[in-house]
Structure formats: structure tokens, C-alpha cells
Design a protein around this ligand. Sequence first.
Ligand code: ADP
Length: 636
Amino acid sequence: TGAEEAGNAAAETSAAPETAPVPLSEVAHSGEIPVPESLIDQVIGQEHAVEVMRKAAIQRRHVLMIGTPGTGKSMLAKAMAELLPKEEMQDILIYPNTEDPNEPVVRTVPSGRGKEIVGAHKQEARKRTQTRSTLILLLIFGIMGYALISGQLLFGIIAAAFIFMALQYSRPKEEAMVPKLLVSTKPDSTAPFIDGTGSHAGALLGDVRHDPFQSGGLETPSHDRVEAGAIHKAHKGVLFIDEINTLTPHSQQSLLTALQEGEYSITGQSERSSGAMVRTEPVPCRFVMVAAGNLDGVQGMHPALRSRIRGYGYEVYMQETMPDTPENRDKFIRFIAQEVKNDGKIPHFDQEAIDELMLEARRRSNRKGHLTLKLRDMGGLIRVAGDLARQEGAEIATARHVLDAKSMARSIEDQISDEYIRRSREYDLTVVEGALVGRVNGLAVMGTDSGSVLPIVAEVTPTQGATGQVIATGLLKEIAQESIKNVSAIIKKFTGKDIKNMDVHIQFLGTYSGVEGDSASVTVATGVISAIENIPVRQDVAMTGSLSVRGQVLPIGGVTYKIEAAAKAGIRKVIIPQSNLADVVIEEEYKKMVEIVPVTTIEEVLEHALMFERKEDFMAKIKEISARRLSIFSEK
Ligand code: ADP
């Protein structure tokens, strides 16, 4: 079709931008970009996952996808359902079992037939009930007529009532014999895609409803109370389960059985219910399983289920970022066009708005020369910007709309962090001027996209016990604890003093949610050295960086957010690892507010952060020490 050709053309354009007549990055607005028709071609930046999905679809293999939310896992699973080889779809019917009412009979018929069969049965039942009613009426009239003629009216009434009651009571439940259409499909439709994420056992594996009236002619027949589960609805299609580890072990075990057998009997899932007595014949459920989760989650999933998927399928790791190349930039622009088209209500984006979104994608990637692939969030931003434009009645969304959207659609963490900065300034928790001994402004990331200034205070006292200790407070998590230990080695080297004879106290200020990671180790080292040597630390400087035991400053995450938080708090100079310099994508307004100082060693950190007349002496001393250290190293 024309649309498909347009889609293919777009794919070719993005694959070979140099041969394309007009690069996507030069179109006037996103509306000029063709959007591919099929879902699999709309997936961006996950080339490996796409390839695996294509392969898995052809061979009907299971897939386990590992990765961050919003990178396209469910999109890929849906795309896989479109790609599954064409098969005859089936309807599943469930019939009453006259021999054992507790084991309803299961039958499969070609797609579309199910509805017809149930319809025919219903009509049949209706017809039979009608004939029966007519017969009863005739009989009663006959008796009454005879009674009238023969003058035995009383006898007539009694006889008629008796016959009526007897026939009513012994009436076979015609309608109760009608089969139930458990799973119905449309002929010629693509394979079903069923999302079973977060389902309880009943929704996942099927259930038999409870019947409060279990006898006396009022009961609902058992086959009529059977409900299909996600595994049955996904028969011959794709069953997608995100956060697979959140399923109960029992559900995971049952899922495994279903995978292995390709059929699974439905029974009542609550033990006390009358449904638990019913167990259908096996119901077919030959689905392709696409399970997803983040790495921790997947490690927590049922080992047998995981090994089954691995043994009969693929495991894919989803990318979080893609390199910032012309080709990928084109793909990103196509993503914008896609989101606009799929939303259907928002206007397209002009070139400047696209540039602004691209900048945001770079910023969110948190990695030099990359664009983020957490596209669900990017899609959210696009929609907010589009809504803003639409409210104004604008024909096209511009850079201003994107900027407004960015300040509106901020994460909870970011909003909290702003609030925290505001408050802590009110209470002088954040000091951004002058110099203080032992106090250093560190930087941390809250959530995934919001930085905050995290001051630490260090104090040194003569030891109380036999040997000195490093005591850190402020809810430090494991890695942070470890990093403090590494710091002691540095301190020993740089101050020449053995910390055996002293207790070093380090307090992280205002850490309500705990400190993770080791990006504060540079801060800690600076604070402790300042405390031991009694040299004040400049408070208009903030820093972040991880420290090796040899004193090198190693890269950390979230550098952009940290710098922005420092700027917002009023810091003038931010010390960051040299190796993170290319990750910095800060917004214009902050560029004027802070100076960014990239460093490679702790010596440089101290040079920028410490402040005293004796600093010269101290710097000479640490240079001498580090020279010694290097010479030892080179001798080896
Ligand atoms: P996940 O299942 O990984 O949490 P989804 O597949 O639900 O993420 O993604 C949500 C939405 O984000 C999709 O519907 C799509 O609009 C957009 N999206 C996410 N990843 C991609 C991608 N790789 N390519 C194109 N769009 C994407």
C-alpha cells in the first residue's frame, strides 16, 4: 500500500541519510515525516531487540526482555503479535458434561464458528421451550374443557394445577445445555496480544465463579461459570507480562505448566468457593510468552520459568540510550512524528521545537554523545507541549511550548528537590558563601532526573577506643559505606597522619532517603582532609566524583542534574570528573550561573576547594606525596 511504501521509504531514509534527498533534520515540521505503518518499524533505537523479535516471531519462541520502564517493551511485544506467522485462529467452547457436571467439556472450532454454534443452540433451546409451553397450555385447556362439560369443575382445576406444577418442576433446563463461548476470535485478524501484567491468579489462569445457589433448580450450571484466563485468550498469540517477578510463585509455577503443556484446565481459584469443585477438561493455551522486567526483578523470578524461557527462546537487554548520530537523530525526529500521529489531537512540531526536544533527549541520556531511549517519558513531554500549543489554538508547536512543557511536566522528585532547596535556604542548611573547616557541598541525584546539594560535615576527634574509626551517619547504603573506607586510605596518604589515633566523624546533612552510590567520596575526602589539616573549604564550591584508592577522580552519573541543582542553590563553581565533561548538557540559563571545573585527581579538587594562606604549603606537601606515590608506582 501507499502508506507502507512511505514507511519503507522512511526506514531507508533513516538507514542511509547521505543518499536521502532531504535529511529529516531539515524538514520544516514533523508533519512532513512519513510514519511507518507496522508497529515493529516504529520502534526506535532497539535494533537488537527488534531483530530478536522478528526471529522469535517466525519461530514462535518466547522472549524475556530486561530493561528500564518506558523503553518499548510492551510495544515490541505488541509488534510481535503482528509478526506471528498466520495461523488458523480458533474459538474455544465449553459444554456441560452430562456424566460429570464438575468436569465441563472443552471443544475448539475454527474462528468465527463459536458464535454461530452458540447462536444455533440458543435458538434450538428457545424453540423447544416454546413447543413445550404450547403443549402444556393445550393439555390444561383440554382438561378444563372436559371438566366443564362433565360438570366436575373442582376435579378439573386440581388436575390442571397438578399437571402444570409437575411439568414445570421437571422441566429440563434447556438453556442450561447451551454451550458457552469461552474465547472468541475474528477470522483473518492478527494473532491476539494479551497483556497479563499484574493479573491475579484468576485473571491469568482462568476461574470458575462461585455459585451461591448450589441446588434446587436455581443453580447456574458449572460450565456457564467458567471464565477464560489471559493464557487462554492469548491462545495462538502473544501473552505479555511485565514485572514478571511480581506474580506469585504459584502463578509463575502454573504459567510454567501452561507453557510446557500448551493447555491448562480451568478451576475455581478461591478454595472455599463452589467453583473450586469444578475442573474443566484441558483448555488449549499455546501462546508465545513475552516476559519483561528490570534486571533485579528478573533475577527474582521463578528459576524454572526463567530457564524454560531461556531454553526455548531469547533474552534481550533493552538499550537505554542510543548514540547521537545523524541517523539516530533522524529516527528521533520520526519518533516525534509518530507520537503526534498516534495521539491524533496535538499539532506537529516545528524545527526549533524539534531541536529543543532533541536537546532534552541528550540531557536525559545522562551520557556523553547519546540520546535517551526512555521514550515513554519523552512522549509525555511531547504531549504536554502539544496540549499547550493546542490550548493556544496554535497550528504548530514551537520551542516555547516545549520549554513551557518542560517546566510543567517535571517529575515528583524534581519538584521535591526544588522545594527542598527553597526550604533549606530558608533555614541556612545550604551555605553557599565563605569558607568553613570540614564542611563541603556535595551533590546527589534524587530519583532519576533531579539533583540536589548534599552537604557533608567532617570532624576529627582523638580516638576513644584502641584504634580510630570512621563513623559515617546519614543513612548510608552499602556502596556509600564502602566508599568511605576507600577514602581512609587516601586520607592517610595525603595528611601523612595515621587515622588510627583519631575518630573521623562524617555526617551527611539532610539525607532523608539515604545515600546511595559512591559519588560522594570526593566530597568526603575533601571534608576529612580539611578537618584534619584545619583548612577551610570554600562554600561557593560544590563537587561530585568517585574516588579510586589511588586518588583519581572517576566518573559518576547524573552530572547534568547535579550541576543544575548546584546552580539553583546559588553555588558558583562545580567540580566534576573530567571524564564526565562530555555528559554535561545543561540548559542555557544555568550556564551563566556556574563555572564547571573538570578534574582528574583529588589534588586538583583540593586545589580548587581549599582556602587558606597555608594552602600553598599544603599543596606543596600533597604534590610531594603524590610524586612519591607515582615514583613508587613507576618503579614497580
Ligand atoms: P515499556 O513496556 O518498556 O514500559 P512501552 O512499550 O509501554 O514501554 O512504551 C510506552 C510508549 O513509549 C510507547 O507506546 C511508545 O509511544 C513510546 N516508546 C517507548 N519506547 C519506544 C521505542 N523504542 N520506539 C518508539 N516509541 C517508543
